[in-house]
Design a protein around this ligand. Structure first.
Ligand SMILES: Nc1ncnc2c1ncn2[C@@H]1O[C@H](COP(=O)(O)OP(=O)(O)O)[C@@H](O)[C@H]1O
Ligand SMILES: [Mg+2]
Length: 253
C-alpha cells in the first residue's frame, strides 16, 4: 500500500478538495483507495456525501475497542472508501511517540485491502501530522501563489530540517491559480526553477471546485472535462509515478 498525504501548515489552501479529487482519480484508475479524513471537522467525508460521524468512534478505535473496518464507509466513487475522524483530538492523551505507533498500528492492516491510502491532514503541526508526514511516501503541499504561501512553505522546510524529519518527501503544487493576477503569473513562471520538486500541474481558481460543496461529489463525477478536473488528472499522473503506482497491479488479496 502506498501513502499520499495532502498537507500544508496553512488552512484554506485546497488540501481537502485536492485529497478528495485525487483519491477519486486513483480509484477510477483501478487502485483500491482509502481516504482518511484526519481533520476533526470531517470535510473530506462531507464532500463525498457522508454525514459527520460521532467522534467517539476514533477514541474507541485508538483504545482498541472498535476494529477499523467498522468505521470505514463506501463513497459514491466505486473503489473509494472513507475513514472519517481526526486523531488530533487524542493528542492530549497520547504522547508524540505514541502517535507514531498508533498510526502505524491502525494503518498497517489496511494494506491488505487497499493499494493507496490518502490522508487529508488538518493545518498546523500537531503530533499526528508529524507522524503522517514521516509515514507518507509522498506529501503533496497545495500553495496559493502568494509571497506569504512561499514563506510558509519555507518555514515548513526549516521546521522539518530542524527536527530531523529528513524522510519527509514534499511535493508542492500551485492551487487556486488566477492567471488574471500578475503575481500568480510571475510565480507560475519562476517557481519551477526555484523548487525542484514542484509538481507541473497547476490547479486553477475555478467555481466548479466550489460546486463540489453543493454537489457533494468529486470533479471526476460531475465535471470531468472542466479545466480544474483536467488539472487534477494531470496531477494524478505525476503523483502516481512518484508513488510508483503507474504499473498495472494485481487486486489486493
Ligand atoms: N481551485 C479552487 N478554486 C476555487 N475554490 C477553491 C479551490 N480550491 C479550494 N477552493 C475553496 O477554498 C476553500 C478551502 O478549500 P479546502 O480544500 O477546504 O482547504 P484546506 O483543506 O486546505 O483548508 C473551500 O471553500 C474550497 O471550495
Ligand atoms: Mg481541509
Amino acid at each position: 500500500m502506498r501513502t499520499l498525504a495532502l498537507y500544508n501548515l496553512k488552512g484554506g489552501v485546497g488540501k481537502t478538495v485536492s485529497a478528495v479529487n485525487l483519491a477519486a482519480l486513483a480509484a477510477r484508475a483501478g487502485f483500491k483507495t482509502l481516504l482518511w479524513d484526519l481533520d476533526p471537522q470531517g470535510s473530506a467525508a462531507w464532500y463525498l456525501g457522508l454525514d459527520r460521524e460521532a467522534t467517539g468512534g476514533m477514541k474507541r478505535l485508538a483504545r482498541g475497542r472498535t476494529p477499523i473496518g467498522e468505521l470505514i464507509r463506501h463513497s459514491p466513487v466505486p473503489g473509494l472508501d472513507v475513514l472519517a475522524g481526526g486523531l488530533s483530538s487524542l493528542h492530549l492523551e497520547t504522547a508524540q511517540a505514541g502517535q507514531h505507533a498508533l498510526l502505524t498500528q491502525l494503518a498497517d492492516p489496511l494494506a491488505e485491502d487497499y493499494h493507496l491510502l490518502v490522508y487529508d491532514c488538518p493545518a498546523g503541526l500537531q503530533a499526528v501530522n508529524e507522524a503522517v508526514l514521516e509515514r507518507a511516501d509522498v506529501v503533496a503541499v497545495p500553495m496559493i501563489p502568494t509571497s506569504l504561501s512561499l514563506n510558509t512553505y519555507e518555514l515548513l522546510v526549516h521546521y522539518l530540517a530542524k527536527h530531523k524529519l529528513t524522510r519527509v518527501k514534499l511535493y508542492p503544487f500551485l492551487s487556486q491559480v488566477d492567471r488574471r493576477r500578475g503575481l500568480h503569473r510571475t510565480l507560475c513562471e519562476t517557481l519551477p526553477s526555484r523548487m525542484h520538486t514542484l509538481l507541473r500541474a497547476r490547479i486553477p481558481y475555478a467555481s466548479v471546485v466550489e460546486q463540489m460543496g453543493p454537489k457533494r461529489l468529486p470533479l471526476a463525477l460531475f465535471a470531468p472535462h472542466s479545466p480544474a478536473a483536467l488539472a487534477y488528472a494531470e496531477m494524478w499522473a505525476e503523483l502516481s509515478t512518484r508513488l510508483k503506482l503507474e504499473a498495472p497491479i494485481a487486486p489486493p488479496t
